[in-house]
Structure formats: structure tokens, C-alpha cells
Design a protein around this ligand. Structure first.
Ligand SMILES: [Zn+2]
Length: 466
């Protein structure tokens, strides 16, 4: 008896080991099989290390942005569309990590865990992906940015559809420059990065929207206060400098004129805890936005721990160590336009299998209430007042445009040029679109970012309204 039970025990141990081995194998299969099949040596998918056979990538109107012709990847015939959609579509060697051709390579090649690349061999192509972007709006945004580095994006603030994403510098995928690796002039800095998803920028005065939200929520008499601006103001141990000398102004005028003295005073009164609480509710420090389930955005940052009052004053006007991610900022400004409720931005609207059946389509998802409806309405009034009384409705005819500019100092060097930003949206029912513009190393926002926003929103109006 004793011998038999010993044998049984050994047998059980062997069975257990076998099952554990099976489990490990299955785990590895699930987690790594995509990479194994997608390995660049797999001749079915790649030719000379490049993605060759895959489905089409189309814009929202069905315009083909990338396809496969004669065993090689081919792109849209318009050079401006190729340049403006490069970072969204991605390259065919995976340098642009957030590009659709890299982040959705399984879908494009038709790879599945069960069938492997069987569908690809059977149909000679993978799934087709339709994006939310409008390539005409992208081309217009690219032309408006010109040679300058930066990003422009437009989102439907009711649905979350991203209708424009442009990041510069860019290059023509049909004629890639061969000096990208050897260049020392800096013209290709961050060329493989999509600045909209991965960039982090000093927000400058666009952050005053967040300081204003915090003030409306926490200072009951904010609208009857007056502020004194003599061009600079002492906060704690030092001074915050203003862009002008605005004299005695109220809250709305302080927003219109973007008065640093008023907003540094407000930030100092609010203090680090309240400012941080408002910013974190909007995603600062806490959340990476994930676009279309696969593209992870950089996280906006506000760090006021152990900050002196002067630092908090500078942070309240969007300087100090504060950094914003453009996609997160666009989501925030969209929430104001959408009565306080934020929607999740997305880029992929539909995936069709080789037989033409829709296997996936995106639905609008909410990220929750960023602002109460009444705070959103108050912010909306301030942002509308900015465009009407300061930037000029002539830039945005018939759009009921709301917005805020920012000219962010990024260096103590007096010769350094600032970054210019604009965030805003149209209040028209038939044009529910919000925009962000970031232009690096340029002039003031009113001179550089506002005209770009104007050109892009006019194109949006042409494309989306009658
Ligand atoms: Zn001022």
C-alpha cells in the first residue's frame, strides 16, 4: 500500500508539472504570439523590414491615406495630405510609435490569436481601418503651421471624434529625407513624435482657464472683485511681471487682457491645495488619456508641493514647472463647450474585415463631469468675451467662437522666443468643434496661434456646415 501511494503521489506531481507547463506555454502564446507573427522576418507581412501587406487606412470621407499596391505600402497622392497625416497614419517601419500602422498593426494585417495570419494568406490583405480625421482639414492645418514646429488638433466636443491631428516637423513618407539621423541643425527634433499625443508644453496663459475655474468654484465674490495692475505685483518674496499695465480691472477684463497681476493674486489666494485639486480633477498628475484604447497620451503636470507663494503665483498664470499635454488640454476645453462633461477623444471610427463586414465601430464615451454645468457656463462666458472683446470675431466669422491664448516663456534667456498657444471652440450648434494650436519658438499667440486657429476653423466650417 505504502509503495502504491508513493507512486500515485509522484504521478500527481508529474501531472501538475505538465499542467503548469501547459499554462506557461499558453500564457506565452497569448502575450507574445502577436510579436512572433509580426516579427519583421515574417515574409508574409514585411518586405525588407517594412510593413508591406496590410489593409487600407482611410480618412472620415473614405479618402485612402495608406494602402498596399504590388506588395508595397503606398500613400495618398497629395503631398500635403501625406505630410499632414504622417504622424496619424504612421510609417511602415514602426518609428512613429503612436501611428495607426504601428499601434493597430494586428488589425491592419488581420492577425488574430486563433487564426494567426491565416486571413492574410487567404484574402491577400488585412482589415481596413477608417479614421475620424478629415484629410482636407489636416492639410489646411499643416499649411497654416508652415515650417514652424508644433501641433494643431480639432475635436468634436460632443462625440470625441478627432477630425484633425497635425504634428510638425514632418516628412514625406514617399520621399523620406536621408539626413534625419545626421542633421545637427535641429530641424528634425522630435520628428518621430506625435506632439499632440506625446508632447508636454508650458501652458502659459491658457492655464488661466483652470485658475479661473478654481476661482469661480472657491471665491464667492470673484465677479465683484477688482485687481490693480501696475505692470508687476509682489507675491511673497518676489515679483510676477505682467505683459502690460492694466490699471484697475475686474475678473472678466483680467481674463480678456490676460493680466498676470490679477491671476497671480488669485492663485496666491487660492493656494496650492485648491489649485491642485481642480487641476487633478481635470487629469493633471493622475491620468494618461488613452485614445482609441491603444494610444497613451503624456500626462499633464502641476506640482505645487513645498512651493513658495511666488511659485504658486507663477503657476496660476501657467509658468513655473506646469506642463500640459495638448490632447488633455483639448479634452478639457471640450468639456467646457459640452456643459462641463468631458468625452473621450478617439481616432478610429470603424474596422472592416476583408469580406467588407464591420467588425468594430467606436461609440462616444464620457469621462465624467469636469465642471458643473454652471461653472462651465461661467467659463464659456469668459472665453466668449475674450474672442469678442480681445482677439476679434473677424478671425472666426459666424462661429460664436470662445477661446484663450497663451504665450509661454520657456527659457530665462532674453533672446529665446516663446511658444504660442490657443485653445477654443465654436458655440454653434451645427459646428461642435474645439481646437488647440501650439506653435514653438515664435511670436505672441495673437500674432501666430490665433491666425492658424482661424484658418483651420474656417476649413472646418466649409467641410462640416452647409
Ligand atoms: Zn496686468
Amino acid at each position: 500500500m505504502k509503495t502504491i501511494s508513493k507512486r500515485a503521489l509522484i504521478l500527481y506531481a508529474i501531472i501538475l508539472l505538465f499542467l503548469a507547463g501547459c499554462g506557461l506555454l499558453f500564457y506565452n502564446l497569448v502575450t507574445n504570439s502577436s510579436d512572433w507573427a509580426m516579427n519583421r522576418v515574417n515574409k508574409h507581412l514585411y518586405s525588407s523590414g517594412s510593413l508591406a501587406t496590410a489593409g487600407d487606412v482611410k480618412d472620415a470621407n473614405g479618402i485612402v491615406l495608406a494602402t498596399t499596391q504590388n506588395g508595397a505600402r503606398a500613400y495618398n497622392q497629395s503631398k500635403n495630405i501625406r505630410l499632414s497625416t504622417l504622424h496619424t497614419v504612421g510609417d511602415n517601419a514602426g518609428f512613429i510609435a503612436s501611428g495607426i500602422q504601428t499601434s493597430f498593426k494586428d488589425e491592419l494585417t488581420g492577425y488574430t490569436l486563433v487564426d494567426g495570419v491565416y486571413n492574410l494568406k487567404r484574402y491577400g490583405k488585412g482589415n481596413d481601418i477608417t479614421l475620424t480625421i478629415n484629410s482636407n482639414v489636416c492639410a489646411t492645418a499643416y499649411k497654416a503651421l508652415g515650417e514652424r514646429k508644433g501641433t494643431v488638433a480639432v475635436m468634436n466636443y460632443k462625440t470625441g471624434e478627432l477630425v484633425c491631428i497635425v504634428s510638425t516637423p514632418t516628412y514625406d513618407i514617399m520621399n523620406k529625407p536621408d539626413d534625419i539621423l545626421t542633421d545637427t541643425t535641429g530641424k528634425y527634433d522630435g520628428i518621430y513624435m506625435n506632439r499632440f499625443f506625446s508632447g508636454l508644453y508650458t501652458p502659459g496663459s491658457t492655464f488661466k482657464v483652470i485658475t479661473a475655474a478654481c476661482a469661480i468654484e472657491n471665491i464667492p465674490d470673484i465677479y465683484t472683485r477688482t485687481f490693480e495692475c501696475e505692470g508687476k505685483i509682489q507675491i511673497g518674496e518676489g515679483y510676477v511681471i505682467c505683459s502690460g499695465t492694466h490699471g484697475e480691472i475686474n475678473f472678466e477684463k483680467a481674463m480678456n487682457k490676460s493680466c498676470n497681476c490679477a491671476f497671480a493674486t488669485i492663485a496666491d489666494e487660492l493656494g496650492s491645495e485648491k489649485l491642485t485639486a481642480t487641476a487633478e480633477r481635470l487629469g493633471f498628475n493622475t491620468k494618461n488619456l488613452i485614445v482609441s484604447d491603444k494610444i497613451k497620451c503624456a500626462k499633464s503636470k502641476l506640482n505645487l508641493t513645498e512651493s513658495a507663494p511666488l511659485d504658486i503665483g507663477w503657476a496660476g498664470i501657467g509658468q513655473y514647472t506646469t506642463l500640459i499635454n495638448p490632447c488633455q488640454m483639448l479634452t478639457m476645453i471640450s468639456a467646457i463647450a459640452n456643459n462641463g462633461t468631458a468625452v473621450s477623444p478617439y481616432l478610429v471610427s470603424e474596422i472592416k474585415n476583408p469580406e467588407g463586414e464591420v467588425t468594430f465601430f467606436e461609440k462616444t464615451e464620457t469621462l465624467g463631469e469636469f465642471f458643473s454645468p454652471s461653472v462651465a457656463q461661467s467659463l464659456d462666458n469668459l472665453l466668449r468675451s475674450n474672442v469678442k472683446n480681445q482677439y476679434g470675431d473677424s478671425y472666426f466669422k459666424g462661429m460664436d467662437m470662445c477661446g484663450k491664448t497663451g504665450t509661454a516663456e520657456i527659457s530665462d534667456d532674453e533672446d529665446a522666443k516663446p511658444n504660442a498657444l490657443f485653445v477654443g471652440y465654436s458655440n454653434n450648434e451645427d459646428m461642435p468643434f474645439a481646437i488647440i494650436v501650439v506653435v514653438e519658438n515664435t511670436t505672441s499667440a495673437i500674432k501666430s496661434a490665433v491666425p492658424i486657429a482661424s484658418a483651420v476653423m474656417r476649413e472646418v466650417k466649409t467641410e462640416y456646415t452647409n
